[in-house]
Write a protein that binds this ligand. Sequence first.
Ligand code: ADP
Ligand code: MG
Length: 239
Amino acid sequence: MVDLSLRNIRKAYADLEVLHGIDLDIKSGEFIVFVGPSGCGKSTLLRSIAGLESITSGDLVIDGERMNAVAPSKRGISMVFQSYALYPHMTVYENMAFGLRIAGMPKAEIDTRVRRAAGILQLDKYLQRQPKALSGGQRQRVAIGRAIVRNPRVFLFDEPLSNLDAALRVATRIEIAKLKQSMPDVTMIYVTHDQVEAMTLADRIVVFKDGYVEQMGTPTELYRKPANLFVAQFIGSPA
Ligand code: ADP
Ligand code: MG
């Protein structure tokens, strides 16, 4: 059970500050969606949570433990990116097993985890294929599988579906909704441009603008009571 707290997170690249003091409290098992215009700092915040960027000031607390100085691999966080690089010469199974093997996990445990992830993502039939013999949507599911096998307590998605065509996006969105149901204790943060994804997947949505949080609330709250015109336009409310 993990609570994720961001306390006054600031991040600057050289003298350009791109996150201006972000405060968020996320409950264990929540599915949080980040939306906001391109360049407003969504990816920077995700990478900061994952530890791939160091924050300039503020605190990141997971389950009561301050994470600022904890190595990315020790945070219990998995991240899925828009552009997923699978190893072309390895099978689906090997792609999912690779990170665990490097970490020295026993074979039997790796096998259990890979098969469980394949089951969740309906990849069971494809485990012995190479990535070139998969569709784009299946490949993205392998990338998600690689993140699942690490048993993360927090799962971060940075626009995972934006490289897929519209039909595949819908199908994969449904997969993500199932993933959320099959991992109810895992806290998920999901960045998207797509209003439908945000409204259908989110327990709560965070609307960002220029490195600030404009509003946070359930899809219904934001739709019915947008704090301002910016939020209304982003959510698609009839303001
Ligand atoms: P978003 O994901 O919301 O589109 P980003 O977090 O990628 O936004 O970017 C936020 C701001 O930080 C942008 O102005 C971007 O140009 C800047 N930025 C992102 N990464 C770097 C970097 N590595 N070095 C310098 N500036 C960066
Ligand atoms: Mg981004």
